[in-house]
Design a binder for this molecule. Structure first.
Ligand code: NAP
Length: 327
C-alpha cells in the first residue's frame, strides 16, 4: 500500500513516522497526484512541533504544502487535466489531512498547475512556496516596478533568493541583507545588486549609500523582531514594507508613526485565488524558460530519511537552499 508520513503528537523530528494507507478516490473537481518529490519548509517544522498558531488535529496528522508529481486519477467533472500530466501543487491548505509528504495526495484540481518545462523533479518540488511567496509579496502586494530599490532580508534563504531573482527579472534593484559578511560574494553571484551584512555594517547607512540617499522603495521583511526598526528607517517615506516571515522569535515593536505602507503577507491569501495563481504560474514559466528563475536545492533525501530531512532544516544545514524528499 502507498506510504504516508504522519505524526501523532507534537515534538521533534522523531515524532514523524511512515504508515501505509489506501489511496483516496478523488471527489468531484479533485485530482489525485502521485507524488515524485516534496520540499521541506519552515512551516512544516512549526506544524510538527506545535508552534503553529493554528489547529493541527492529532493524532495522525499529515504534513507538506508543496511538491510535484503526475496526475494519477481525476474525480468526476474534473476538467483541464489528463492522467499522466506532470504538475506542481500550488497550495495544500489542509496539509494536516492532505499533505504532500506521501506517495499520493488528493487535492482540488484548482490547487495544481502544469510543471514548468525545463525543471527537474527536485527543483519542481521546491519551486512554488519560495517563488510564489516572493512574487506575491513583491509584485502583487508591493507593486514592484523596474528601477525600484528592494531591500530583501534573509536574502540567502529560499524565499530571499527567489526574491532576488524576481526583482532582477523585473528590472528592480535587489539589495540583499544577511547577518554574515562571508555570504557577500555568494549573494552578489545570486543576483543581488548590493549586499548589506549586518555583522559589520549599519543597515540604514548602507541602504542610504546604495540608493543615492533616497532609501529603499520596498522592504521584504522575512525576519521581523527588533531589527524591523532599522528596515523601516531604511525605506523612503511613502515606501512599502511587506512582512512575510518571522525568523527572529523576539517580539516586533509596533511600527507607530511610520511614513510607510505596511503589509502583512501570507501566501495562502494568493495561492487560493485562481487569478493570482495563473499570473504566478505564467511568471514562473517564463522565468524558468529564460533562465532568470533558478530554484536551488541543497540536499535530496529519500522518504525513509524524512526524519533526517527535518533535522537538517532544523539545524540550518541547508545553507538557505531547499531540502527535498524524493518519493
Ligand atoms: N508569508 C508566507 O506565506 C511565507 C511563505 C514561505 C515562507 N515564509 C517565511 O519566510 C521566512 C523565510 O523562509 P525560507 O524558507 O526562506 O527560510 P530559510 O531558507 O530557512 O532561510 C532563512 C535565512 O534567513 C536567515 N536567518 C535565519 N534566522 C535568522 C534570524 N534569527 N535573524 C535573521 N536572519 C535569519 C539566514 O540567512 P543569513 O544567515 O544569511 O542571515 C537564513 O539563510 C520564514 O519565516 C518562513 O516561515 C512565509
Amino acid at each position: 500500500m502507498p506510504r504516508v508520513v504522519v505524526f501523532d503528537e507534537f515534538g521533534g523530528p522523531d515524532v514523524l513516522r511512515i504508515v501505509e494507507e489506501p489511496v483516496l478516490e478523488p471527489a468531484a473537481g479533485e485530482v489525485r497526484v502521485r507524488i515524485e518529490a516534496f520540499a521541506v519548509n519552515p512551516l512544516d517544522l512549526m506544524m510538527r512541533s506545535g508552534a503553529l498558531p493554528a489547529v493541527v488535529p492529532l493524532p495522525h496528522a499529515r504534513l507538506g504544502v508543496e511538491g510535484t508529481g503526475v496526475v494519477d486519477a481525476l474525480g468526476p467533472d474534473t476538467t483541464g487535466l489528463e492522467i499522466g500530466d506532470p504538475v506542481i501543487l500550488t497550495a495544500v491548505p489542509n496539509a494536516s489531512v492532505r499533505g504532500s509528504y506521501a506517495e499520493y495526495t488528493t487535492v482540488p484540481a484548482s490547487r495544481v498547475v502544469a510543471r514548468p518545462a525545463g525543471l527537474g523533479v527536485r527543483e519542481a518540488a521546491a519551486v512554488w512556496v519560495a517563488y510564489s511567496t516572493a512574487y506575491g509579496a513583491l509584485v502583487e502586494k508591493a507593486r514592484m516596478r523596474p528601477g525600484d530599490h528592494v531591500l530583501i532580508t534573509a536574502a540567502s534563504g529560499g524565499v530571499g533568493r527567489a526574491a532576488i531573482q524576481i526583482a532582477d527579472r523585473i528590472g528592480a534593484v535587489p539589495i540583499a541583507v544577511t547577518r554574515h559578511a562571508a555570504k557577500e560574494d555568494e549573494l552578489l553571484a545570486a543576483g543581488a545588486a548590493a549586499v548589506v551584512a549586518t555583522d559589520h555594517t549599519d543597515v540604514v547607512e548602507a541602504v542610504r549609500h546604495h540608493t543615492g540617499g533616497t532609501g529603499a522603495d520596498i522592504v521584504l521583511d522575512l525576519v521581523m523582531g527588533p531589527g524591523q526598526q532599522d528596515l523601516l528607517n531604511s525605506a523612503r517615506p511613502g515606501g512599502t514594507l511587506v512582512a512575510a516571515g518571522f525568523l527572529d522569535p523576539r517580539p516586533t515593536p509596533f511600527p507607530t508613526g511610520s511614513p510607510l505602507t505596511i503589509h502583512s503577507y501570507r501566501s495562502f491569501e494568493h495561492t487560493l485565488d485562481a487569478d493570482v495563481v495563473a499570473r504566478m504560474a505564467a511568471f514562473l514559466n517564463a522565468g524558468v524558460r529564460d533562465g532568470a528563475l533558478r530554484p536551488a536545492v541543497d540536499t535530496a533525501f529519500t522518504l525513509d530519511d524524512v526524519v533526517e530531512a527535518h533535522h537538517h532544516l532544523e539545524k540550518g544545514l541547508h545553507a538557505g537552499k531547499k531540502i527535498v524528499v524524493t518519493v
